[in-house]
Design a protein around this ligand. Structure first.
Ligand code: FA5
Length: 344
């Protein structure tokens, strides 16, 4: 009887491949209802001799089975944990998602490279400005109707009250700019003043930067957008220089098929002032304000207007990106939709 149990057990254990089957086998051979347990339990009904003979043999078999089961259990557990760290190195990996350059960053970088190749320096200035740099020094005094050209986000500061107490007659020259009201710059032109205050001509600079306007938003107008200012100052600078620089810039950015139109226009800080239109397909597009730097601007930075001349221009970077990448609505740049950004 015991021999038979041992034989069957030895055969069955060899076929066990997982923990669940092993447990079933344990129940079958050592569980309460197993043959071996039955035998051990019924020993007390046997005669003394039989008990002495079968008892130790049954106990020995029980031990043997336990040892074999434990060994198998360890084997299976070891195999399982090894399975978990097995990596199939031939499986294709998951693609790591890379970020994208925003189209405005992309075009700004391209514009910088074009101007660097023409020997311009790149300069930046503060986004929070004061009234002196954004308006007064650019020949736009308080109450001048031209201020309406730039709807402004004013900041609440202590200096606002200082300013109203000052006599407007002497305001322009006698008041240090730090006492002027603070605002978010409405164009990059204030950086012209900041640069000329601290540098001597000749020089040629561009100023890319973020600007703000308190105006209604539509497909081509944002309250927050980007401009590129240009300023060239020297002894013999003329509108002819401007024309050649700007035409070269646009050809490098948009290709040789581009057409130009230079129209007279008005900005308080230039005289004469002009506006540049470009045509790539059917329509003319207003793209840039420009002109010869006004003598009053040179006065404000203590340059001698009889000795130097300058040309200045300002262009909307968003508008350039809309043309370059064929984007119908300026708001797409700012709504954070990744489906849009991922196309660049
Ligand atoms: C100016 O801001 C002048 N500072 C430009 C200038 C510089 C003239 C130097 C002369 C000499 P204007 O307000 O026209 O001008 O703006 C210049 C360009 O910014 C526009 O041609 C347009 O391309 C862009 N722009 C203006 N308003 C918006 C807006 N709300 N959203 C997007 N782009 C705008």
């Amino acid at each position: 009887m015991l021999e038979k149990i041992k034989k069957f057990f030895s055969k069955e254990i060899k076929e066990i491949g997982d923990l669940k089957n092993l447990e079933q086998l344990r129940v079958k051979y050592l569980g309460r209802k197993s043959e071996l347990t039955q035998i051990l339990r019924s020993l007390k009904n046997f005669s003394i001799e039989k008990r002495r003979k079968i008892g130790p043999q049954a106990q020995k078999l029980k031990k043997e089975i336990e040892i074999i089961l434990t060994k198998k259990l360890k084997e299976l557990k070891a195999k399982n944990s090894k399975l978990k760290v097995d990596i199939d190195i031939t499986r294709p990996g998951e693609k790591i998602k890379l970020g994208h350059i925003h189209p405005l960053t992309k075009i700004e970088e391209e514009i910088r490279q074009i101007f660097l190749s023409m020997n311009f320096s790149v300069v930046e200035g503060p986004e929070v400005e004061n009234e002196h740099y954004n308006f007064d020094a650019l020949n736009i005094p308080p109450n001048h109707p031209a201020r309406d050209m730039w709807d402004t986000f004013w900041l609440k500061t202590q200096t606002n009250t200082d300013y109203t107490q000052i006599d407007t007659e002497g305001l322009y020259k006698s008041v240090s700019s730090q006492y002027k009201s603070m605002l978010l710059r409405t164009h990059t032109s204030p950086v012209q003043i900041r640069y000329m205050e601290t540098h001597n001509p000749p020089f040629q600079i561009i100023v890319p930067g973020r600007v703000f306007r308190y105006e209604a938003i539509d497909a081509s107008h944002e309250i927050n957008f980007y401009q590129l200012e240009g300023l060239i100052v020297g002894e013999n600078v003329s509108l002819a220089n401007f024309k050649s620089v700007i035409e070269e810039f646009f050809r490098k950015l948009f290709g040789n098929k581009i057409e130009f139109r230079f129209r007279p226009s008005y900005f308080p800080f230039v005289e004469p002032g002009l506006e540049v239109d470009i045509k790539l397909g059917k329509d003319w597009l207003e793209i840039m304000g420009a002109g010869m730097v006004h003598r009053k601007v040179f006065d404000a930075v203590r340059y001698n207007p009889n000795e130097v001349r300058g040309i200045a221009f300002g262009v909307g970077i968003d508008r350039l990106a809309m043309i370059k990448y064929n984007i119908p609505d300026i708001r797409l740049f700012y709504n954070g939709d990744l489906r849009f950004i991922k196309q660049f």
